[in-house]
Design a protein around this ligand. Structure first.
Ligand SMILES: *Cc1c(COP(=O)(O)O)cnc(C)c1O
Length: 353
C-alpha cells in the first residue's frame, strides 16, 4: 500500500505524564484514507492532525454510520513500542463494518496502516508507569446525499492520543448502578458492533447514575430486564463460589478483547470459568449469601476495574468490603505486565512495532 506523508510544520511535544488525562491531547499527525465503490480504498495518507470537512448531507451526520476501535501502544522498559492483539481489533472492526453496511478493510492493509502510522508517531508513546498511546481507528459513511441506503463512500481515520495512567491514585473499586429503565442493546440490534450510536443511546442512563454518585451503569438485557449484560464501556465478570462467570456473547454484548484475554488466561491457569446467563436474582442471592466474592469490569482503557458496590432499585450491595479482590488484582497485574512487557507473553499477544 502506498501511503503519502505530509509532515507537520509545527510539531507539538509530549506533555508531562502527570498532566495526561484521557483523549484530550492528540499527536501531530493522523492517518486517513477514502473508499468508494469504484476505486475501493484509496488515497491513503499521513497528514498533520487537522479538522475533517464534511458535506452537510454526509451520511454520518444524519444516519449515524460510524464505527470505531480502541487499542493502545505501550512502551516497554527497554524503550520499545508494542501493541496488544491488534488483529483482534482489526477483525472486530470489520465485523462492526459488516453490521453497519460499511466497507471492509482488508486485514493486511489495516495492519500496515496501523503499524506504519504508530511507527511514525512513536515518539508520542509516553514511558511513565501506566501511561500509553491510545489509538482510535474509526470509519464513517460519507455519501453526499440524504437518501437512506448502505453507503458507497466512506472515510477511515486513525488518530492517537497519549493517555495517563488510569489509576493515578491506586486501583479504587467503583460504585455501579444497575439500570432497569433504559437498555443499551437487544439481540439483533447493534450491541455487538462497536458503533457510535450505542454510546449516544447510553448517555442518559450514565448521567442519571452519575447524579446519584455512581460512576457507571450495569446494563440488563433489553427483553426481560433480568439478565446482566455489561458495564458502560466494559464487559463484566463475577467470581461466585470460586468460579468466574461472565455473560455469554449472544448478540447484544460487545465482544471485548480484554474479556477474551482474561477468559483465556483464567482457563490456562486452571480456573473454572463459564459464559452463561446471569440473572439479577442470582447476583442478589449470591450477594446476600456472601458467595459473590469479587466483581470487575474489563476493557482496554482500565484493563480491569474492580466493582466495590452495586445498587439495584435503591438497594445497595457491597462487594468484598469495597476492596479489590485477590483474583482481580492478579488479572490486572498479569495483563498489564504482558502489555507493558514486564511479564512473559506466553500467548503470542504482543505485537512489536
Ligand atoms: C470497547 C468496549 C468494550 C471493551 O472492549 P475491549 O476490546 O476489551 O476494549 C466493552 N463494552 C463496550 C460497549 C465497548 O464499546
Amino acid at each position: 500500500m502506498e501511503i503519502s506523508i505530509t509532515k507537520t510544520t509545527c510539531p507539538g511535544t509530549l506533555p508531562e505524564a502527570s498532566t495526561l488525562g484521557f483523549g484530550k491531547v492528540f499527536t501531530d499527525h493522523m492517518f486517513i484514507m477514502e473508499y468508494n465503490a469504484e476505486k475501493g480504498w484509496h488515497d491513503a495518507k499521513i497528514v498533520p492532525f487537522q479538522k475533517i470537512a464534511l458535506h452537510p448531507a454526509s451520511t454520518v451526520l444524519h444516519y449515524g454510520s460510524e464505527i470505531f476501535e480502541g487499542l493502545k501502544a505501550y512502551r516497554t522498559l527497554e524503550g520499545n513500542v508494542q501493541l496488544f492483539r491488534p488483529m483482534e481489533n482489526i477483525r472486530r472492526m470489520n465485523r462492526s463494518a459488516e453490521r453497519m453496511c460499511l466497507p471492509q478493510i482488508p486485514e493486511d492493509m489495516f495492519l500496515e496502516a496501523l503499524v506504519k502510522f504508530i511507527d511514525f508517531e512513536k515518539d508520542w508513546v509516553p514511558s511513565a508507569t501506566g501511561t500509553s498511546l491510545y489509538i482510535r481507528p474509526f470509519m464513517f459513511g460519507n455519501d453526499e446525499t440524504l437518501g437512506v441506503h448502505s453507503v458507497k463512500n466512506a472515510t477511515f481515520v486513525i488518530i492517537t492520543s497519549p493517555v495517563g495512567s488510569y489509576y493515578k491514585e491506586g486501583i479504587n473499586p467503583v460504585r455501579i448502578m444497575i439500570e432497569d429503565e433504559d437498555v443499551r442493546a437487544v439481540r439483533g440490534g447493534t450491541g455487538e458492533a462497536k458503533c457510535g450510536g450505542n454510546y449516544a443511546a447510553s448517555n442518559r442512563a450514565g448521567e442519571r447514575a452519575e447524579k446519584k454518585g455512581y460512576s457507571q451503569v450495569l446494563w440488563l438485557d433489553g427483553v426481560h430486564r433480568k439478565y446482566i449484560e455489561e458495564v458502560g464501556a466494559m464487559n463484566v465478570m463475577f467470581k461466585i463460589n470460586g468460579e468466574v462467570v461472565t455473560p455469554m456473547l449472544a448478540g447484544s454484548i460487545l465482544p471485548g478483547i480484554t474479556r477474551k484475554s482474561i477468559l483465556e488466561l483464567l482457563r490456562k491457569e486452571g480456573y473454572k470459568v463459564s459464559e452463561r446467563l446471569i440473572s439479577i436474582e442470582e447476583l442478589a442471592k449470591a450477594l446476600e449469601e456472601g458467595t459473590l466474592e469479587e466483581a470487575w469490569g474489563c476493557g482496554t482503557a482500565a484493563v480491569v476495574s474492580p466493582i466495590g458496590e452495586l445498587c439495584y432499585k435503591d438497594k445497595k450491595y457491597v462487594i468484598n468490603n469495597g476492596k479489590i479482590g485477590k483474583l482481580t488484582q492478579h488479572l490486572y497485574d498479569t495483563l498489564t505486565g504482558i502489555q507493558w512487557g514486564r511479564v512473559e507473553d506466553q500467548f503470542g499477544w504482543v505485537y512489536k512495532i
